[in-house]
Ligand binder design. Sequence first.
Ligand code: FAD
Ligand code: SF4
Ligand code: SF4
Length: 366
Amino acid sequence: MTRVYGEPMPICTGVCSSCGFCYRICPGSDVPLLELEKHFFGENRKFTLADLGFYLESYVGYAGDEVIRKKGASGGVVTALLVHALEKGIIDCAIVAGFNKEKPWLTEAKLVKSKKEIIDAAQSKYAVVPVNMLFREAVKRGCQRLGLVGLPCHIHAVRKMQYYDVPRDISGKIKLTIGLFCASQFYFEGTRHILVEWCGIKDLEVIASLEYRGGEWPGHFMVKRHDGETITIDRHRYVYHMLMPNYKRDRCEMCIDWSSELADIAVGDYWASPTIGDNFSGTSALLVRSLAGEELIKSAVEEKVLYLEGLEPERLCSSIGFEMKKHGAAFRLVQRQQFGWPTPNYHMKVDYTPFFRDLHLAPEKK
Ligand SMILES: Cc1cc2nc3c(=O)[nH]c(=O)nc-3n(C[C@H](O)[C@H](O)[C@H](O)COP(=O)(O)OP(=O)(O)OC[C@H]3O[C@@H](n4cnc5c(N)ncnc54)[C@H](O)[C@@H]3O)c2cc1C
Ligand code: SF4
Ligand code: SF4
């Protein structure tokens, strides 16, 4: 892998035999969403306006371990589940998103095998992390039961690998997929502009660490410099006044999967008023889609790894992410198709019909 304009770019390191595997499993242009859904979950979603894909259960909750909850982007649920799956032997490694050691302003996929490494990789990264590139490395290092956390499009690729059974030495070893909800991913250029224009950092080498959801929930853009100074930019300000309007990736504008519709377990932020716990801090929303996911959740709750409460799934449709993907992106997809512009093919009719609901927003720091 190399980087062009700060973006990860795959390079062919061997001799290409034109087998076509990479094109076949790439989620960029072709995602037979309903076919994959039926294959992996046994049935299709109920086609309602509040479309969150197929799911067995929906919850809101947080990690039982207070350190993990605080370290997580929302309730630390993903981190807690990965640690639990590792300790139970369901997986023997996890592929997660971290930062480059030498250049800590750049995100990087990490293959991890310990609780500490999983916790270190908590929190959302708002720049591309090509997590799927580490499957080959995991198998080379002898891992037999692979776990992956990724965005909906990462999970699309994983499901295509499993469905088409390519590459065969990897596909059968993927045992757990935890998907994040995703309104959009952003070009690294957006991060660079925040650093230069808002943090006054011209030379990125002065950066000792960067976090997109650092500090108190809901977490802010936090840069630590080698000279000890910490600069914090409020989450609302940098997401809604810099990344979202200016640096959304093109492909994301036409992506219709918000809630990781093909993951075993999908996890997102929960912005509505609390229905659980003693305070309004760090809470995740969960959609459990597969039987494997259901089993993992059951054991995590029994062992107090997670505290969960049932959630009316329709409440999730009140977030901006739902509107952005299931309505905005879906409408854009249809518009582009009408004019014959290139679009991904999800092999399904999209429905962006508006329907009334309350809007849930993240708390803002003024
Ligand atoms: C680009 C992006 C957009 C998102 N959009 C929404 C949204 O619209 N609505 C919503 O409700 N939630 C969204 N989320 C999810 C949300 O920010 C939290 O990640 C989620 O609630 C899980 O929180 P947690 O505390 O349970 O997970 P944590 O315990 O913090 O664990 C998060 C896990 O995700 C991995 N991870 C982080 N970033 C990436 C990445 N870029 N690629 C692959 N893996 C990653 C980490 O390595 C870690 O293992 C988004 C996340 C990202 C990265
Ligand atoms: S997966 Fe096949 S087609 Fe793609 S680069 Fe490798 S050898 Fe070539
Ligand atoms: S919006 Fe869609 S294509 Fe873009 S990063 Fe999220 S899941 Fe991937």
